[in-house]
Ligand binder design. Structure first.
Ligand code: FAD
Length: 117
């Protein structure tokens, strides 16, 4: 089967959007279980990413830059960094990670807090 670059790019775009938005919503003060879940999600994402060639390269990047899951800001900075590693390989512009905090928004309302509406 021949490669369809448009579909491959769309998949990448959608996948990065989900990944970065998850980081933006990750707790500031995660429990050990939250951090373990994110770490495992990232490793499974890298393993199961549908473009096999991309998955192989991304797993190498993860070996070099293990997921940082201690807080929201370390997780977001880590994801920005590894996306830039992919950008470098594909000769795409490098994203300024100092802006990452404001860039991704799930568009969802705040989760209800126990005891409040
Ligand atoms: P994308 O890279 O998809 O980025 C989407 C948007 O995110 C950009 O427009 C920008 O606004 C923002 N952005 C850019 N850089 C960052 C950053 N560092 N942090 C946060 N936001 C940023 N394609 C291949 O051809 N070969 C591969 O080996 C390959 N490996 C991939 C591995 C993974 C894990 C993923 C998710 C995708 C991979 N892709 C690969 C797809 C590739 O990364 C792009 O998604 C695709 O080429 C479309 O590029 P784009 O220009 O739309 O921007």
């Amino acid at each position: 089967k021949i490669e369809n670059a448009t579909l491959k790019a769309e998949l990448g775009n959608a996948s990065w959007k989900l990944l970065h938005t998850m980081m933006a919503k990750f707790p500031d003060k995660p429990t050990d279980e939250d951090s373990a879940a994110l770490k495992s999600y990232i490793h499974l994402f890298a393993r199961l990413y549908p473009c096999g060639d991309c998955a192989r390269h991304f797993q190498k990047i993860l070996q070099k830059f293990p997921p940082q899951v201690a807080t929201r800001s370390t997780a977001a900075a880590w994801a920005c960094h590894v996306h830039n590693e992919v950008n470098k390989r594909l000769k795409k512009p490098i994203f300024d990670c100092s802006n990452i905090g404001d860039f991704y928004d799930c568009g969802c309302a705040e989760d209800p807090v126990e005891g409040k509406e």
